[in-house]
Unconditional design. Structure first.
Length: 418
């Protein structure tokens, strides 16, 4: 009989390397590893050799950077989706793409199982499993880290040594780090104490505001339908544009975040984030929307952004509600075209200029000079009718309590009482 085939989400780190070997033995299976390149820089050296030495018989290393930005991160940007009004969700938004990629490989290879290396207390296990379940209900998902015998990193290292699994020689960081083009998530170690300020070594790319240059940097970002397309009026592909803003922002200490957040699994956790490009782009995009969106659309869209962020964070990207909200957002973005110029300085971003062919800013209406075309006299009637309900409400008078006696203290300020 043909062997079981398992597609393993492989990062190149200790957990997933041990997992490849462990699964091969426990399931008597052929292991196919899948690594998606979302722009991470750690553990990428000799990744294929490590996977092979851990027991993989087939190795996929797929460049997903463009798809990640254009089909996942940018739609979240257009929506203005920030989890708990702060986190641009670099980690969260990568999971549904990795899940989709693993399902595609499983189909191609005729595998019936997919395994991931997430722990049993995080959000990522939910995101992977719910996404895989939505895309391929027949595929069985394995999460060895929830059940296997290893109780510590040391025990995993021992197992690795005993079984010829290569472990990176580099000193292990005291933090758990997840990195991609859209941002970096950093937790564990001293960061578990919410009273401890993140030490300098927790940050992977950004300068501290205190150490950032004394001169500000200015940058002009061009958007088309809510998608960033140019820097300083030069068109750029998505990857170069995000890489450019990551380095410019990092140098100016942009995009750091120290967050106590609510995980889906009920735990409050503390995580530190760095997301220079995502932070600059969310800021600039919002400024362009201030100029181009109709007031009621802008106000309503913030409700959608809140819901959309929850859907991404909670693993429901591949859901009909997320798709329906995306259609709404795409409609709102039709006129979000133009440029926004921002100034970056020691951890702060300021908008200094913006323009759009669809700008709703009408200087003839806004000006306080002789050019003014706003009809001042129309305001009188407007205010009369606009304020009418409140006048009516407050002239009715007293609240009559259920005992029928009027209570003097509750009398409206302008009402009369007999
Ligand atoms: N809390 C973030 C999220 O759920 C990041 C999780 C991964 N963090 C990490 N340091 N490995 O999206």
């Amino acid at each position: 009989m043909a062997k079981n085939k398992i597609v393993v989400a492989y990062s190149g780190g200790l957990d997933t390397s041990v997992m490849v070997h462990w699964l091969k033995n426990h399931y008597d299976a052929e292991i196919i590893t899948c690594t998606g390149n979302l722009g991470q820089t750690k553990e990428t050296a000799s990744l294929k050799e490590k996977a092979r030495a851990s027991g993989a018989s087939k190795i996929y290393y797929i460049d997903l950077r463009r798809e990640f930005l254009e089909n996942y991160a940018f739609p979240a940007l257009q929506t203005g989706a920030l989890y708990e009004e702060a986190y641009p969700m670099a980690t969260s938004i990568g999971r549904p793409l990795l899940a989709k990629t693993m399902v595609e490989i499983a189909r191609k290879e005729g595998a019936t199982m997919i395994a991931h290396g997430c722990t049993g207390k995080g959000n990522d296990q939910v995101r992977f499993e719910v996404s895989i379940g939505a895309l391929a209900p027949d595929i069985h998902v394995l999460a060895p880290l929830r059940t296997w015998e290893f109780k510590s990193r040391e025990e995993e290292i021992e197992y690795a040594a005993a079984n010829g699994i290569p472990v990176s020689a580099t000193v292990k960081s005291p933090y758990s780090i997840d990195e991609n083009l859209w941002g970096t998530s950093i937790e564990c170690g001293v960061l578990e104490d919410p009273m401890v300020e993140p030490p300098l070594d927790a940050f992977q790319s950004t300068a501290s505001p205190e150490l950032a240059p004394d001169e500000s940097d200015e940058v002009t970002i061009g958007f088309e339908r809510g998608i960033p397309v140019s820097i300083d009026r030069r068109e750029m592909d998505s990857i170069s544009l995000v890489e450019f803003l990551n380095s410019l922002g990092a140098r100016n200490a942009i995009g750091r975040l120290d967050l106590i957040e609510n995980r889906l699994v009920g735990i409050k956790s503390r995580e530190v984030y760095e997301a220079p490009a995502a932070t600059i782009l969310h800021f600039a995009h919002k400024e362009l929307e201030r100029l181009t969106l109709d007031k009621s659309v802008a106000h309503y869209k913030s409700l959608v952004a809140h819901e959309y962020a929850n859907l991404i964070y909670n693993g429901l990207w591949h859901s009909p509600l997320r798709e329906a909200l995306s259609a709404f957002v795409a409609k709102t973005q039709e006129r979000v075209t133009g440029i926004v110029k921002v100034k970056l300085y020691k951890g702060t971003i300021r908008v200094i200029a913006r323009s759009s062919p669809y700008s709703l800013y009408d200087s003839k209406l806004a000006t306080y000079t002789a050019e003014d075309q706003f009809d001042h006299t129309a305001s009188e009637g407007f205010i009369k009718i606009y304020g009418l309900p409140l006048k009516t409400y407050n002239s009715v008078g007293d609240i009559v309590p259920s005992n029928g006696k009027k209570n003097r203290q509750q009398v409206g300020k302008y009402a009369t009482v007999e």
